[in-house]
Design a protein around this ligand. Structure first.
Ligand code: PAF
Length: 281
């Protein structure tokens, strides 16, 4: 596995891979890797693929007062994990390579980026779309892999790719969970023991709401119940919503693919999760 901190070196390695007829598969990350990221690498490792992982804590997707300065950084163990997982190339750009002096472009994806986390974290998805577009131009992958845990982010990236004609296939990979159901996230390390024990209320509340809605309970009642459960468990709830899984619009009819999305805080740690509502039951 080779690690690059300069674009010229990365591009030379990518050209060599293309010369061998290998298709480039990109796994963009912000580091602090866990089994969820490794599942992305494993999904990307198809025969003949050259798997590139990027590690870049993107300042443009953090709002004022968010956790940019304390976001976990674990470069050495990340590189070891990527090597072990069979990654081929690691792209570790310094901030100046991504945002040199004078950088003035921002990509705003409309529609799917506007509600939910887009409303709770103004500018967040502009930062995501801008850095992902830049990574696509740098790496020029045939496929790129993103976790379904960041369900709205995945929708934003699919919209970005469709609207701007990026020649990349976007592959969503199912959320990886701890044994008790908590979705894996780099931010879980912020939770102390007591908060970690409480955190399981998030996937449980979503599971209960999904079963209730699939079983015929009015969505508003199920959502109110989920919010109340989370509040009682010690969360500050940002939102628990039922949306159309494609458009992310609220109040989806029952014959559409429906997804529950939630964001809630335990202390200063903001957790997100989502769950499909089964069309039958
Ligand atoms: O999901 C993430 O880790 C980040 O939002 C991404 C896609 C790497 C962009 O910085």
């Amino acid at each position: 596995m080779e690690v690059f901190r300069e674009l010229a070196g990365l591009r030379a390695a990518l050209a060599a891979a293309a010369g061998e007829g290998r298709e480039v598969a990109l796994v963009p990350t912000m580091g602090a890797l866990h089994a969820g990221h490794i599942a992305l690498i494993e999904a990307a490792r198809r025969p003949g693929a050259c798997v590139v992982a990027s590690i870049f804590v993107n300042p443009r997707q953090f709002g004022a007062g968010e956790d940019l300065s304390r976001y976990p950084r674990k470069e050495l163990s990340d590189i070891a994990m990527l090597n072990e997982a069979g990654c081929d190339l690691v792209w570790l750009p310094p901030v100046e390579a991504m945002y040199p002096a004078g950088f003035a472009t921002s990509i705003a994806v409309g529609g799917v980026s506007e509600g939910l986390d887009g409303a709770a974290r103004p500018g967040h998805f502009d930062g995501v779309a801008t850095v992902v577009a830049k990574l696509f131009n740098q790496v020029q992958p045939a496929r790129a892999y993103f976790g379904e845990k960041d369900f709205q982010q995945l929708a934003v990236i699919r919209r970005l790719v469709a609207d701007l004609d990026f020649a990349v296939e976007i592959v969503g990979v199912p959320t990886q969970r701890d044994d008790d159901g908590l979705a894996l996230s780099s931010r879980n390390v912020y939770l102390d023991e007591e908060q970690r024990a409480k955190a399981v209320a998030l996937p449980r509340a979503l599971g209960q709401a999904a079963r209730a809605i699939a079983g015929g309970t009015a969505p508003d009642a199920a959502l109110a119940e989920a919010r109340a459960t989370l509040t009682a468990a010690g969360f500050d709830v940002d939102y628990v919503e039922l949306v159309d899984a494609g458009s992310l619009l609220p109040d989806p009819p029952a014959d559409r693919r429906r997804q529950l999305l939630a964001a809630a805080r335990l202390g200063s740690t903001r957790l997100i999760d989502n769950l499909a509502v089964s069309p039958t039951i």
